[in-house]
Design a protein around this ligand. Structure first.
Ligand SMILES: [Zn+2]
Length: 350
């Protein structure tokens, strides 16, 4: 194992040296033969450089830009990370253009879109390594752990994080801010679990050894990546096969604004009015009463109103068509008369 690792490291170092000396050429990254361990080592080495302040900023030349267009991209790793502005993936691994296939989403959750993107990276681009990178002080994880009020689509986005926080609480007995460090780790495992359960392509590649999936946590203060390795229950997850990939609970805090049931009267056309109506039902009715008929084109109409409006629209269309036909006919007659007058005139003068 040690010798194998040394060989891997030696190859990676050689690859790195090649990259330095041949910044314009493809060999570094045209590493179709890059193994999972080599890819992992390149990430480890890059982060060590970054944390130590001795970055090389590889693969950022103009020729590199051209090369990745002409020869296509061949990233050596796929990375799922958080959108947090303090987690700039390429920078913290000291990588350049065309090196990493990165998916960033708040809370590094792994829903359908993320799974699709990851499949593109590992299947289509053939990256031998997938890293799920959580980070300290993650706002999304903290929001779930502390029960912060969330609005819009955020509750549904972070639905994937809830099981992770629940597990961390059960494991540690901690709650709120205190459980966040453990919840961040559990959230990494959650995303890996969601990915394995949700992607046949990933399961297949994991099983036949073409792909390695590892987790890690990025430490904001030090710039260091703490490596977690493979999912501790990867074998069981693989054996379990497909699972439902997404956790999309109903929004817990804010009821949906747009879809109003046809039987209810409450509706308004402006978001501000809608918000006001949320807290004041009487206000909502007042808005309704004052609402001009032509403004009723918004989301909150009854079926009857919709039918009425449709009828009006159809009648309007009919009227327009008739007007067009009449205008066309009149034009035709006018042209005919003009032609006749011209002939008469020619006959007389001839
Ligand atoms: Zn985050």
């Amino acid at each position: 194992m040690d010798t194998r690792l040394s060989v891997v490291k030696l190859r990676a170092v050689l690859a790195g040296l090649l990259g330095l000396s041949l910044a314009t050429a493809g060999p570094v990254l045209a590493m179709t033969t890059t193994s999972s361990d080599e890819a992992l080592y390149r990430l480890e080495a890059g982060n060590q450089r970054f944390a130590a302040g001795i970055t090389q900023h590889p693969n950022l030349s103009q020729s590199r830009l051209r090369e990745t267009v002409e020869q296509g991209q061949e990233p050596f790793a796929t990375v799922l990370a958080c959108s947090d502005s303090r987690v700039p993936v390429e920078l913290l691994f000291d990588q350049g253009v065309g090196d990493l296939f990165v998916i960033r989403v708040a809370g590094n959750v792994c829903g359908v879109n993320e799974i699709g993107s990851i499949e593109y990276g590992v299947e289509h681009l053939g990256t031998p390594l997938l890293l799920v990178l959580g980070h300290e002080h993650c706002g999304a994880v903290t929001a779930v752990a502390t029960g912060v009020e969330m609005h819009g689509s955020i509750p549904r986005l972070i639905g994937n994080i809830i099981p992770a926080v629940t597990r961390a609480e059960a494991l540690t007995g901690k709650h709120g801010e205190e459980v966040v460090p453990e919840a961040v780790v559990e959230n990494v495992w959650q995303s890996i679990g969601d990915l394995i359960g949700g992607s046949a392509a990933v399961r297949q590649r994991l099983a036949d050894g073409r792909l390695k999936v590892v987790g890690a946590v990025y430490e904001l203060e030090t710039g260091t990546v703490r490596w977690l390795g493979e999912h501790p229950r990867q074998a069981q997850l693989l054996a379990a096969g497909p699972t439902s990939p997404v956790h999309t609970p109903e929004p817990t805090v804010e009821p949906p604004v747009e879809p109003v049931p046809a039987t209810e009267e409450s509706h308004s056309t402006h978001a501000a009015e809608a918000e006001a109506a949320d807290t004041d039902a009487a206000g909502a009715h007042a808005v309704d009463a004052e609402q001009p008929a032509e403004e009723a084109g918004g989301g909150g109409m009854t079926d009857e109103e919709r039918i009425q409006l449709n009828r009006l629209a159809i009648a309007n269309q009919g009227l327009n068509s008739m007007l067009m036909i009449v205008t066309g006919g009149l034009l035709f007659i006018a042209l005919g008369l003009a032609a006749l007058a011209y002939q008469v005139f020619m006959l007389k003068s001839g």
